[in-house]
Design a protein around this ligand. Structure first.
Ligand SMILES: C[S@@+](CC[C@H](N)C(=O)[O-])C[C@H]1O[C@@H](n2cnc3c(N)ncnc32)[C@H](O)[C@@H]1O
Length: 348
């Protein structure tokens, strides 16, 4: 990668990803665009380190460790970043580079949005039959959506799910249709990820927070969700969606529901097709259902329904694919949803 390409990446990141969403990261990204020395340091590292989110997360990790107090003052006044946040970021990054590098090299950006339980809950209620079912969440990250039964989900006048005193509250507006608001008969929940984060491991939990942008209002709920996940541990397995899922499926008896929420997009096309083949093979002798919440076009074969146009946000598609006896027997588009679960639009 050439220096001008790196600068163009940060410029695009500032204007397209941060502007209007994270004033803090917009001002930091602009300052990084202007730092020749930081460009040299980034270009000397491996490819994944150059992704804007990596440097931002590694520095946020330092802040969360309490080791960059001057910068923390900017991160903790999220509404309007204090003047000079960008320059201070660059200065700190250059000065603390040797501490940042091991984190930059060892970690990958990780996100896990607990708000997505509001999308999963009606989708699971719609597809899971009354018989006890095992859920496998593929690409589970820290398994935060596996805490679904312990979260309070509020659908306004359509009803609520979960304990009223849960520390994690998710508000979800139903923009259209009549989604089922009831628990699904899931008796076991397993998360699979090639790099799962353990909510009980302080460094893992901190890294997930570090990857959460500080001034977007998501940090506190993610922190609460990590605590909830630590208090109600799920079975988290390390493994690949294609090469390791068959062994996991072979271990399990009875009906299975597999979920992917904003995870399939991370698989290349050939791996997405291989994943579907793994699900087909796993359905011999029992029903296997796949609930997918993914960006449009990521899951092949779902019926196409026009997405709602809400505030210019690209709605995700909530899909159901049923496998029986090694073949796909049904594909449904259940609805559309806000990528973080703020609203759903039900079609079924
Ligand atoms: C954007 S995160 C989504 C996390 C979570 N499902 C959610 O909705 O918040 C994508 C996750 O998929 C995992 N992942 C990517 N490719 C994978 C693969 N081939 N096998 C297993 N997990 C994978 C990543 O490690 C990451 O944790």
């Amino acid at each position: 990668m050439k220096k001008r390409e790196l600068v163009a990446w940060w410029r695009w990141f500032s204007e397209s990803e941060c502007r209007g969403y994270s004033p803090l990261y917009e001002s930091i990204s602009n300052a990084i665009c202007a730092s020749d020395e930081l460009h040299d340091r980034l270009l000397a590292r491996s490819n994944h380190v150059r992704q804007p989110n990596m440097l931002l997360a590694a520095m946020h990790d330092l802040v969360l460790r309490g080791e960059a107090p001057e910068l923390a003052a900017h991160y903790n006044s999220p509404a309007s970043p204090l003047a000079g946040a960008g320059d201070l970021f660059v200065e700190t990054a250059l000065h603390r580079w040797d501490e940042l590098v091991p984190v930059l090299e060892a970690r990958r950006t990780q996100t896990n949005e607990v708000g997505r339980v509001s999308v999963l809950a009606p989708a699971l209620a719609a597809v899971v039959a009354d018989e006890p079912t095992t859920l496998i969440d593929v690409g589970t990250s820290a398994g935060l959506t596996l805490t679904l039964p312990h979260c309070r989900i509020d659908y306004g006048d359509r009803g609520t799910l979960g304990p009223a005193d849960s520390p994690v509250c998710v508000d979800c507006e139903i923009l259209g249709g009549d989604p089922p608001i009831r628990p699904a008969a899931i008796t076991r929940r397993i998360g699979l990820d090639r790099r799962p984060l353990d909510p009980n491991d302080p460094a893992d939990a901190r890294w997930l927070l570090a990857c959460t942008w500080p001034d977007t209002g998501r940090l506190e709920r993610t922190r609460a969700a990590l605590d909830l996940a630590a208090a109600h541990p799920s079975e988290l397995r390390t493994g690949d969606a294609v090469t390791d899922l068959p062994a996991l499926l072979a271990e399990l008896e009875g009906p299975i529901v597999v979920t992917t929420t904003w995870a399939l997009a991370y698989l290349p096309d050939h791996a997405r097709a291989a994943f579907v083949n793994v699900l087909s093979a796993g359905s011999v002798g029992r029903p296997l259902r796949w609930v997918s919440c993914e960006a449009p076009g990521v899951v092949d074969g779902l019926p196409e329904i026009d997405p709602p146009d809400v505030e210019g946000i690209s709605a995700s598609v909530v899909g159901s694919t049923v496998f029986r006896g090694g073949i796909i027997t049904e594909r449904r588009a259940l609805g559309h949803a806000h990528p973080h679960g703020h609203w759903i639009w039900w079609h079924q």
